[in-house]
Design a protein around this ligand. Structure first.
Ligand code: SF4
Ligand code: SF4
Length: 463
């Protein structure tokens, strides 16, 4: 049974340039890699190497200092710097810089303590942690944490192969070319959660991938084609579509008994559990009308975005917009020095007004309500923008701005071209700042009250 989610939009897929292009290894020279210590949701890792150290491919170079996942060297060579470097999210982040010796000397694989079918859930979780696996669809949440928090609470596991963002085909090609890895990695996750069945959801515009997976799927794996509607690949919308369950506002998939993992995450789990390999490389789609030869390329983490452009034959004309990720949720890049990280699934190099729906917007809200109809989370994006631009930040939390999944459907449908997602992101930061301020004030008031109480007690006992 199909359970449709509210809202959503139908942007042009624009996947033709790369959906038929096989994944190729990077053949360009990589003189050095820059590995940021922040590649996941949570606290940045602490470097475990120093300048001058020699490292091998797959060696741990950063360990989490709280919520996070370890980071591994993607080339062998010498550590030449441990310092802040530009990051695709903007700003600078502490990074380990390795000069590549070109030898690709491997580190010892992660020890796999038993044949994969006999691994206990705890052993799988430890392997996933040691391999540094995080949500490879771009979310970056540490996979071992998702697994351990889902144990005993989850009755449905879904692999997300929707890849609903326009232009991106990295997951499509992965499912088509490496279906066993996706399926067997997904079954490892399934067993770790104590479940008997795995569902893989794929948008129906990738029927060749649906067929490729079906051809390899054992009885406990169901491959389901989903209708094409953005943001079908968003966790909450995918869950609703497949199970009919609605994740409550502010809730997590586990609250409705579901766990969702990206198909590339499942492939990384396969590498970790069957081959003892950590995350050192990833597949990236490099496309858009302003590159010569769009590609799906498998690259070591830490190469600069410029090398991705070079892998696609360089610029064709002058690029209009460059985005890390897709056109709906991607982050604009103004410099090509930031490196590829675990969550980099695409680099989009757009020409002129490519993917801009109408030629000119007024930037003034005409109260047409299209953004509200398009919002899959049933929010009111026009009010977010209105309150944010008026500086009325204290009203944003009540409007449920923190429930926004930043899918961009509202901005896509806005005839006035108001940059709604920009004001939503900035508005969320203001809400979090206000929350932190209120928490600090409450704690200070509590401490003051306790001090006054203790003082009074002392006075009484002194009398
Ligand atoms: S308000 Fe957020 S969730 Fe709703 S459409 Fe806009 S970006 Fe998507
Ligand atoms: S779609 Fe744009 S113009 Fe229409 S109500 Fe929303 S913000 Fe205003």
């Amino acid at each position: 049974m199909v359970h449709r989610f509210f809202g959503g939009v139908h942007p042009a897929g624009n996947k033709e340039a790369t959906e038929g292009v096989a994944i190729a290894p990077l053949t360009l020279p990589v003189p050095q890699v820059v590995l940021p210590m922040s590649q996941h949701v949570g606290a940045p890792c602490k470097p475990t190497v120093q300048v001058g150290d020699l490292v091998k491919v797959g060696q741990v170079i950063g360990e989490p200092a709280g919520l996070g996942a370890p980071i591994h060297a993607s080339v062998s060579g010498k550590v030449i710097a441990v310092e802040p470097r530009p990051h695709t999210s903007g700003g600078s982040v502490l990074a380990v810089v390795i000069e590549n010796d070109g030898q690709d000397t491997p580190a010892d694989p992660i020890p796999v303590p038993a044949p994969v079918e006999e691994l206990t859930p705890e052993q799988v979780i430890e392997l996933v942690r040691a391999a540094g696996i995080t949500g490879m669809g771009g979310a970056g949440f540490p996979t071992h944490v998702k697994l351990s928090s889902g144990m005993g609470k989850v009755d449905t596991i879904i692999l997300n192969g929707a890849e609903c963002e326009p232009y991106i085909t990295a997951d499509h090609r992965l499912m088509l070319e490496r279906p066993e890895k996706v399926i067997q990695g997904g079954r490892v996750l399934m067993r770790a959660l104590g479940l008997q069945k795995l569902i893989i959801g794929i948008e129906a515009n990738k029927m060749d991938a649906v067929e490729a997976l079906k051809a390899k799927a054992p009885a406990d794996v169901e491959v389901r084609a989903l209708r094409v509607r953005y943001p079908q690949g968003s966790e909450k919308q995918l869950i609703q579509n497949i199970t009919g369950r609605q994740v409550p506002p502010g809730g997590l998939p586990a609250h409705v008994g579901c766990a969702v993992f990206n198909v590339a995450t499942a492939a990384a789990v396969y590498d970790a559990c069957y081959e003892g390999k950590p995350v050192t490389h990833r597949i990236v789609t490099v496309t858009g009308k302003a590159v010569m030869s769009p590609v799906n390329v498998e690259v070591p983490l830490g190469i600069p975005l410029q090398t991705l452009v070079d892998a696609a034959g360089g610029f064709k004309g002058t690029p209009g917009r460059i985005l890390s990720g897709g056109p709906m949720m991607g982050v604009a890049q103004y410099d090509l020095a930031p490196p590829v990280i675990k969550g980099t699934n695409a680099l989009l190099v757009l020409r002129g007004r490519e993917f801009t729906p109408t030629p000119k917007g007024t930037l003034t809200c005409i109260h047409c309500g299209r953004c509200v109809s398009a919002c899959p989370m049933k929010l009111t994006p026009l009010f977010f923008n209105q309150r944010f631009t008026a500086g009325r930040y204290e009203e944003l939390e009540g409007l449920r701005i923190l429930d926004c999944i930043e899918c961009g459907s509202c901005a896509f449908s806005c005839p006035a071209h108001i940059p709604l997602v920009q004001s939503i992101r900035a508005g969320k930061m203001e809400v979090r700042r206000l929350q932190a301020k209120a928490k600090a004030e409450a704690e200070a008031a509590k401490a003051e009250a306790e001090a006054a109480k203790a003082e009074k007690k002392e006075e009484v006992s002194a009398k």
